[in-house]
Design a binder for this molecule. Sequence first.
Ligand code: CDP
Length: 251
Amino acid sequence: MSGGDNDVVLIKGNKRLDGRGFDELRDIKMEVSVLERAEGSAYIEWGKNRVIVGVYGPRELHPKFLQDPTRAMLRCVYNLAPFSVDERKKPGPDRRSVEISKVCAEALSSVVMLERFPNTVIDVYVEVLQADAGTRCAGLTAASLALADAGIPMKDLVAACSAGKVQGQIVVDLMKEEDNFGQCDLPMAIIPRKSEVVLLQMDGKLSRDEFKQAYKMAVDGCMKVYEMQKNTLLGSMNKFVGVEGGVENGD
Ligand code: CDP
């Protein structure tokens, strides 16, 4: 986020660089059970973002002094692959990935019924294979699918989406050029059933009215993502029990 670059044209008429309207999300595809050795997994394509998530556990937490007899610990590791961005990223954790791992773990901890698994740890690995802005939202969305895929009891899914300001206009789901040269990015995640916000970060500046508008756009985006998540899980369940398109498959 540069604070707004006036030389870069991001909006022409009522369309954005990639032809989207202001309230339009990028194309999103989701899939679960994509990894054999993980308890649960998910893969998401969100615009040009490609993110895979593996969930391991609940398993006994070591070293033992970290164990909590009242609840499980949920750990999250967000990793941007060196080849996922234009300018090769140095492998390993950095300030940004530590921050994103922390906010994702906190958001997911608010839906997982951790008290059901005392003394254990649930590990969530978010691997970004290709990045084009909004990777924390894509990662969180896929992570909650992977947790559900692992059969870990949850109060609801976490659905995420960002909104922001580009060339003075409030838009949803910023892509990389908009993130780089826009004026503000507001990634959010919610627990849809409780209308509870579990992640809200802001990079840039918005007036009070702009914030209200962006907040609403991000929540509307989260609700669209939530519908896709539910359909993905339902599709995977139907495949498992041999139901195709609502009709029982005899073989
Ligand atoms: O990805 P997200 O929007 O959640 O996080 P960000 O820190 O706002 O990063 C925005 C985008 O910048 C990423 O999605 C990448 O496309 C890009 N980026 C990069 O090119 N190199 C990095 N070391 C970090 C981010």
